[in-house]
Design a protein around this ligand. Structure first.
Ligand SMILES: *[C@@H]1O[C@H](CO)[C@@H](O)[C@H](O)[C@H]1NC(C)=O
Ligand SMILES: *[C@@H]1O[C@H](CO)[C@@H](O)[C@H](O)[C@H]1NC(C)=O
Ligand SMILES: *[C@@H]1O[C@H](CO)[C@@H](O)[C@H](O)[C@H]1NC(C)=O
Ligand SMILES: *[C@@H]1O[C@H](CO)[C@@H](O)[C@H](O)[C@H]1NC(C)=O
Ligand SMILES: *[C@@H]1O[C@H](CO)[C@@H](O)[C@H](O)[C@H]1NC(C)=O
Ligand SMILES: *[C@@H]1O[C@H](CO)[C@@H](O)[C@H](O)[C@H]1NC(C)=O
Ligand SMILES: *[C@@H]1O[C@H](CO)[C@@H](O)[C@H](O)[C@H]1NC(C)=O
Length: 470
């Protein structure tokens, strides 16, 4: 479940590699002779901050990671900085409320230097054609003239230093200029001081590696790869009834050991280790490759995904005639347009193809108000009915590639341990009928996190605490 995405300038195309065992060819068609009961190794080769928050702790200026959304309120006027008309025009400071035009997205160059992207995707800069101090947001391709330093005083007070060496100040509500020495008191009478509000944060691999920078990131990542998942985890998995792992990998792994910056090389070596650790399992192999598009980039239409999946299928077939090729349904579709069969016509023509349906039960409409019993009924009725319709003898295989025994707010508030066990068993029963199998999200997460109720996302914790028995 990639909740904290690592993308910035690229669509998030990611692959999942499966290690499993045993597979047979019958009647020329690939048929599995066992079902996948897998666990996802989330947060390992693709960083997700919520899985291991401590990874981010030592980043300098860690509140200002790439992609952070900031609003700046002038302490003298009490009004917000705003890219007039959302971009392509001047910067003003005349808004009493902050919405999209008053929100600036950070592009982090390093721990002190940032570019500020406005709503319509231009960058804040000093007007080059004017007097050299007026602030505008007109440039689409940022360079030195769009690179600022953010100097922070206290938790919520900053000054913004322009590339001309001077600080931004709010002279009047309609006039924001880069001509303050920025040597005032930091008090409420200082026109160069802004109170900041952070309205959005990202904690993906881009943020992590960009945040540590090219000198420190390789060491941090190597340490993480070598310690987060180790050989003992594979022993634990296989002793507890799991027969495969689903390993999300970033698109940048394709150019390992020299991925584009800020990503760092070495994740391919870590993946190799996983293959070695799986050796106690009989006949370990690359069992399947999954093509994922998450989150959907705005341009990822059904048509473009059909093409991507078809091309991806051909690419996998070049190397393996037996690996399954898994195609993931689009996620977060509204109920009006949700169609779990959207890739069926494509997949039906491709031998060894599998459709991945993610069955999280805590994000859809009404899930927050559903009781424990309603949740369990929902699995036995709705999920079961849908899965039945999707699992046909001549269509693609079906796979629940991500699920978790966790529910929405109302049930969470009231659930007992027995309720959790029953909910997990309901899902194991129903998802066990998927023709390819299922994969729990996820093996591990940092359970020392104060958000204790996130522990249910860790299959390791669930098994150790007897919430799930496979
Ligand atoms: C940060 O980037 C700016 C602009 O490229 C550069 O001038 C500065 O030296 C860099 N600082 C560090 C600490 O790397
Ligand atoms: C803010 O200032 C701009 C430029 O003078 C003006 O066009 C706009 O109407 C003002 N908006 C508000 C809410 O005062
Ligand atoms: C600054 O913003 C924070 C919220 O980010 C708010 O709690 C605080 O009261 C503000 N301070 C001033 C002086 O506006
Ligand atoms: C997405 O579509 C828009 C509008 O059609 C286009 O301008 C943009 O270049 C496309 N982006 C990518 C990454 O293809
Ligand atoms: C989802 O929730 C919204 C808001 O509560 C409601 O308007 C809509 O009808 C719901 N849709 C379905 C399919 O239940
Ligand atoms: C949760 O428990 C409280 C107290 O027993 C009860 O009033 C409430 O209806 C329950 N909520 C749900 C969603 O089951
Ligand atoms: C489950 O299916 C029933 C019967 O079709 C339907 O009324 C109900 O809305 C569904 N529940 C959810 C949460 O979609």
């Amino acid at each position: 479940m990639a909740t904290a995405h690592s993308t910035r300038r690229h669509p998030f195309l990611c692959f999942c590699i499966f290690l499993g065992s045993m597979l047979s060819l019958s009647h020329g068609r690939l048929t599995p002779n066992f079902k996948i009961r897998a666990v996802n190794l989330g947060g390992w080769l693709v960083t997700e901050g919520w899985i291991k928050p401590s990874l981010f702790h030592d980043i300098p200026n860690k509140d200002f990671l790439d992609g952070t959304k900031l609003q700046f309120k002038s302490v003298t006027s009490g009004k917000y900085l705003c890219a007039e008309t959302g971009g392509g025009s001047i910067i003003v400071a005349n808004r009493t409320d902050a919405h999209s035009w008053e929100t600036f997205k950070l592009w982090r160059i390093n721990e002190t230097s940032y570019q500020l992207r406005v709503c319509k995707k231009q960058f804040v800069g000093v007007d080059s054609g004017g007097n050299g101090i007026d602030m505008v947001a007109t440039v689409a391709d940022p360079g030195r003239s769009e690179t600022f330093e953010i100097v922070r005083n206290s938790d919520d007070r900053v000054r913004i230093k322009a590339p001309n060496g001077f600080f931004l100040q709010v002279k009047t509500e309609n006039l924001v200029t880069a001509d303050s020495k920025g040597d005032g008191s930091w008090g409420n009478d200082d026109q160069s001081v802004f109170n900041i509000t952070i309205t959005g944060k990202l904690h993906g691999e881009f943020q992590l590696t960009n945040g540590y920078g090219p000198v420190n990131a390789p060491q941090v990542m190597t340490e993480h790869w070598n310690t987060f998942i180790v050989e003992d985890d594979f022993k634990f998995i296989s002793c507890n009834g799991i027969n495969a792992v689903r390993i999300p990998v970033g698109w940048w792994i394709a150019s390992d050991p020299t991925p584009p910056q800020p990503y760092v090389g070495g994740s391919l070596q870590a993946l190799d280790n996983a293959f070695i650790w799986a050796q106690y399992a009989s006949n370990p192999r690359l069992y399947a490759v999954e093509l994922i598009n998450e989150p959907r980039s705005p341009n990822a239409t059904l048509e473009s995904l059909n093409k991507y999946y078809r091309d991806g299928y051909k690419a996998v077939r070049k190397y393996s005639s037996t690996a399954y090729v898994i195609m993931s349904n689009r996620i977060n579709e509204s109920p009006e347009t949700y169609d779990p069969k959207e890739f069926f016509s494509l997949a039906s023509g491709l031998d060894g193809s599998v459709i991945d349906i993610h069955y999280y039960n805590l994000y859809f409409n009404n899930s927050d108000t559903m009781s424990v019993q309603q949740n369990i009924n929902f699995i036995y009725n709705n999920r079961s009915r849908e899965l039945n319709q999707l699992t046909t003898s001549n269509g693609p295989l079906t796979f629940i590639g991500e699920w978790v025994a966790e529910w929405g707010k109302a049930a969470r508030a009231n659930a007992t341990k027995e309720d959790y066990i029953e909910f997990a068993n309901a899902q194991l029963d129903v998802y066990g009928k998927a023709s390819f199998g299922w994969a729990y999200w996820t093996l591990k997460k940092d359970v020392t996190n104060p958000k204790k109720d996130q522990n249910h996302w860790s299959l390791e914790w669930k098994i150790n605490n007897h919430y799930i028995n496979l």
